[in-house]
Design a protein around this ligand. Structure first.
Ligand code: ADP
Ligand code: MG
Length: 320
């Protein structure tokens, strides 16, 4: 199968067209019409086989995840996604692989009305790069830099499930079957918190998506804001699987530092807290207060028994 036949397999399904795509895949560049008075928000992530996902990963799950991790970045900015570009490096012209990848990619793209408008396809080691473009109202992007001492720290959903999913995949976790299925799903098909990000951003003072684990990503937010934080261990939101893992003596650090959560971590000024929680309830998005921003740099974790320990901002680093 040649390069152009492979590219044909990546075309969005009929019905996925957007009126703001003047010209999509097939020319030298895409022609896109941003709405007036908006600011574009762009994010990109590169996933490399053997580094970000194991060789032999289900291509449909890979198509989903490559887009999901990028949409999660737009969610953290409070942006509405619109367009995507896809760079594929493939060891061989495997049409079945590309068709399955395209199914996973376009199913998630369709859920969020994202149009694939271009990309590049080359032969090389298996790697997938996605770029997403979206927008916010002018001045409306939520950044990492707005947290101030006294602001409260919230996270959506639960933490550590993807880390448990990876442990299960690697044979290092003995959760009961249904919980195992849930955490593997969290690992392979993360659900980017786009609706929550858009709705909560106007109330929040800063935001980040949790891709490298809470300590690392909250650490980035706090560093950008010039602050530190105190977290309450008893408030950290675990799923049923996470609670079962901890009850069986599992290490909390795996849940905190394992990464791949794709939940949002938001800070909010006290006077906006009620509005933030009300919006989350209306959206039926679980939102948990886990601590407070402090002036002193670093993250401190208060245990239920009153003990206080520094939480190192450990997280995966490509160039340690
Ligand atoms: P060019 O040589 O002008 O860069 P290509 O031959 O690489 O164009 O690609 C042909 C068309 O197919 C372009 O419009 C490009 O955007 C699109 N395309 C190529 N690879 C992909 C991909 N992986 N995903 C989406 N569109 C792609
Ligand atoms: Mg090209």
């Amino acid at each position: 199968m040649d390069e152009f036949a492979l590219i044909e397999l990546l075309r969005p399904p009929p019905g996925a067209a957007r009126a703001d795509v003047r010209l999509g895949m097939g020319d030298d560049g895409a022609v896109l019409v941003p709405p007036p008075a908006c600011e574009l928000v762009a994010a990109t992530d590169l996933l490399v086989a053997g580094r970000h996902f194991p060789e032999g990963t289900d291509p449909e799950a890979l198509g989903h995840k490559a887009l999901a991790v990028n949409l999660s970045d737009l969610a953290a900015m409070g942006a509405e996604p619109a367009w995507a570009l896809l760079q594929l490096s493939l060891p061989e012209a495997d049409g079945d692989f590309v068709a399955a990848f395209a199914r996973g990619f376009h199913r998630l793209a369709g859920e969020h009305r994202v149009a694939l408008v271009g990309g590049d396809t080359v032969r090389g080691p298996l790697a997938v790069g996605v770029t997403v473009l979206g927008w916010v109202a002018a001045g409306g992007a939520l950044t990492r830099a707005g947290a101030r001492p006294g602001h409260r720290i919230y996270v959506t959903g639960s933490l550590g499930d993807a880390a448990l999913g990876l442990a299960c995949r690697q044979g290092g976790c003995d959760l009961p079957g249904p919980l195992r299925d849930q955490v593997v799903e969290r690992l392979e098909r993360p659900r980017p918190r786009l609706a929550a990000g858009r709705a909560l951003a106007p109330q929040a003072s800063a935001g980040i998506d949790i891709s490298d684990g809470l300590p690392a990503d909250l650490g980035h937010l706090l560093a950008a804001s010039g602050c530190g934080a105190r977290l309450q261990a008893a408030e950290l939101p675990w799923s049923e699987a996470g609670r079962a893992f901890l009850a069986a003596g599992g290490d909390r650090r795996l849940l905190l530092e394992g990464g791949d959560d794709y939940e949002l971590c938001l800070t909010v000024a006290p006077e906006r807290e009620r509005a933030l929680c009300q919006i989350a309830r209306e959206l039926a998005v679980p939102l948990t207060c886990i601590g407070t921003v402090e002036a002193e740099p670093g993250i401190r974790l208060a245990e239920a028994d009153g003990g206080l320990q520094d939480l190192p901002a450990a997280g995966y680093r490509h160039f340690p």
